[in-house]
Design a protein around this ligand. Structure first.
Ligand SMILES: [Zn+2]
Length: 429
């Protein structure tokens, strides 16, 4: 058993002093009053960040597609640059990109990632699923906990076939996708890796297969994720194909519930969202990516008012920082609504709500016992230097907001996954 006595500990949505945390194996065994001087003076212990939505390979698009020769660049032209990338990468290269991406996540306090994985094939003709094991190996090497969200992808759009780079994503019929899901499960390290089900989007998977995938996820006790309503064009195309919005299809055909996470919901209709919220369904926002791609700003206040558990993801990984994701989630809304204080809790504070979005809400959406410092939870933690970035003069009650709204990632000095600290891992290399 190991014991950590930090100066402060994030417990119950606030920093508390005088606590010590016992770790046994890969779990937190106890949180009790400290019986000695801090083992980590000047440091605060927080749950590790849970990055609920990532496409690791897109790290290699960082800085690319940021030159705009015409005035009509959009999400859809960015997508063409992404397709060019996937045509030219081997499994070894994807593993290397993913490893760099996951190491960068570890360095900024991310201890779990929901890797929304749709780049499956090196050879699209052979449908080799060679990239699946490559991503799992990269996560293992980086020591990050991963939920491989195994994405079904069968269409280029509502009713249209796959083309070009999209063929690297092709999962074919339901049986082929199920076989790939089971192969990924067999390749997982039982301690730190698991698999979830994914419908890439309702434009990339026809509704009948989406219904079947939903049933498979329920039968297997897996979480189910999908992209939804990031762009108005997706909604318009769905209206043409089905006579309703994608969210209406989810609500009427896919039995939403707390095991479901829909990513983006940027342009979701209020009544659709209210129905989804009533089911217990979750939403993942990716504020930095949504800003980069010019998607728009979601109705986050409406989601929170409806009781939706909102999580955060780094998505395209153009920038990897959960502090900045939290900041953009709050400040983007302030700009849009022209008022201050959006992600509020009952006490009128923003820090607890934003921290929940970056930790426990993501863990819930990934089916992980993580994101909270409490007995029985996974020992996925991070340490923050309270002498860094001008925090030394901040009152304890204001520290959460100072870290989220006013600090850089350099204050995050270490993180552990299942009780194994990154600093120890790096020393052992
Ligand atoms: Zn995404």
């Amino acid at each position: 058993m190991s014991v950590i006595r930090p100066e402060l500990t994030w417990l119950g949505g606030a920093f508390r002093d005088g606590a010590q945390v016992h770790i046994e194996g890969d779990r937190i065994a106890a949180v009790v009053p400290a019986d000695d001087e801090p083992t980590h003076p000047g440091m605060a212990l927080l749950p590790g960040f849970v990055n609920a939505h990532s496409h690791a390979f897109q790290l290699d698009l960082r800085g690319r597609g940021e030159v705009f020769p015409s005035s009509v660049e959009s999400f859809w032209t960015w997508r063409e640059a992404m397709y060019e990338l996937v045509e030219s990468r081997s499994p070894d290269e994807v593993a290397e990109i993913a490893w760099r991406c996951f190491m960068e996540m570890r360095g900024v306090g991310i201890t779990s990632v929901g890797e929304f994985h749709y780049l499956h094939h090196a050879d699209p003709e052979a449908r080799d699923f060679a990239m699946d094991a490559a991503v799992l190996e990269a996560a293992q090497m980086a020591g990050i906990r991963i939920v491989l969200l195994q994405a079904a992808y069968t269409h280029g759009g509502f009713g249209s076939p796959l083309s070009g780079g999209q063929r690297h994503f092709d999962t074919g019929d339901l049986d082929t996708w199920v076989a790939s899901l089971e192969a990924a499960q067999r390749a997982c390290d039982a301690q730190t890796q698991s698999v979830g089900a994914v419908v890439h989007s309702l434009r990339a998977v026809d509704i009948e297969q989406a219904v079947a995938i939903r049933a498979e996820a329920s039968r297997r006790g897996m979480v189910l994720h999908a992209h939804l309503e990031e762009q108005p064009a997706e909604i318009e195309a769905c209206r043409e194909a089905h006579g309703c919005t994608p969210m209406h299809l989810v609500n009427t055909r896919l039995s939403p519930g707390s095991d479901m996470t829909l990513v983006h919901c940027t342009h979701t209709d209020g009544a659709d969202m209210a129905a989804y919220a009533a089911s217990g369904g979750r939403v993942c926002l990716c504020p930095l990516t949504e800003a980069n791609l010019g998607d728009g700003i979601s109705d986050l206040p409406g989601m929170l008012a409806g009781g939706v558990e909102v999580s955060l993801g780094t998505d395209s990984n153009a920038r990897i920082s959960m502090l900045e994701e939290m900041r953009m989630a709050e400040l983007g809304q302030r700009l849009s609504l022209q008022r201050r204080g959006v992600c509020l809790d009952a006490q009128g504070r923003v820090d607890a709500t934003l921290m929940d979005m970056a930790t426990v809400n993501g863990a819930g959406g990934l089916g992980l016992d993580a994101g909270v410092i409490a007995p029985g939870m996974l020992a996925d933690l991070q340490l923050v230097d309270l002498d860094c970035g001008g925090l030394a003069s901040v009152d304890q009650d204001d520290l959460g907001a100072a870290i989220i709204l006013g600090s850089g990632d350099d204050l995050i000095v270490d993180s552990c996954v299942g009780g194994v600290w990154l600093s120890e891992m790096c020393e052992a290399l």
